[in-house]
Design a protein around this ligand. Structure first.
Ligand code: S3P
Length: 190
């Protein structure tokens, strides 16, 4: 991971809003709108990992394996906390759906700030993820079954790591953003 030793001593903000949730839960869309409304930077972990490594996520999975990708996620969370010049001030951070898998990552996510679980039901997830083919975990015969399994495996972890859970199925993006902003304001006011 890229290091920036000159900025390591600066004070790091942990007042970020961190979006977690399964693939297709709307982290990127909600993150963009939150960042626009709140006039703050948006850090998309998957996109930044791809940029730093110089490979797409499907290529990382194919050439280096999922375990390697998971280690990149952990290194990236550490980089955001310790050393990332873009992460000064409050940002919105969109994560990859599997980032909550390890205890270490869950601890780092909470260290970064206010963790929001965008919870969506399975039909919405299937519909949304069908539109793209850049998710290696869903390149199988039954994406619905895979998503169902991942949801039951990960829901307790999203629950554990998040400060706030919002079911977005019946909400417009602007409504989700409004609720998240209110909840974050209360959290940071404490
Ligand atoms: C993954 C989710 C993806 C990406 C990778 C693995 C997962 O991100 O990090 O394909 O394990 O759920 P999105 O949740 O943004 O699709």
């Amino acid at each position: 991971m890229r290091k920036n030793t000159q900025t390591a001593a600066r004070q790091i903000s942990t007042k970020h809003i961190v979006l977690v949730g399964l693939m297709g839960s709307g982290k990127t869309t909600v993150g963009r709108e939150l960042g626009r409304i709140m006039k703050c930077s948006i850090l998309d972990m998957d996109a930044l990992i791809e940029e730093q490594i110089g490979k797409s996520i499907p290529d990382i999975f194919r050439e280096d394996g999922e375990a390697h990708f998971r280690s990149l996620e952990t290194a990236f969370l550490r980089y955001l906390i310790d050393d990332c010049p873009e992460a000064y001030g409050g940002c919105v951070i969109s994560t990859g759906g599997g980032v909550i898998g390890s205890e270490e990552n869950r601890m780092l996510l909470r260290q970064l700030g206010f963790v929001v679980w965008l919870d969506v039901d399975i039909n919405t997830l299937v519909k949304r993820t069908a539109r793209s083919n850049n998710r290696p975990l869903l390149n199988d015969a039954s994406p619905r079954e895979t998503l169902r399994k991942l949801l039951s495996l990960r829901a307790p972890l999203y629950n554990k790591v998040s400060h706030y859970r919002i079911n977005t199925d019946r909400l417009e993006v602007a409504e989700v953003v409004g609720h998240v902003r209110e909840a974050a304001a209360l959290y940071f006011a404490d």
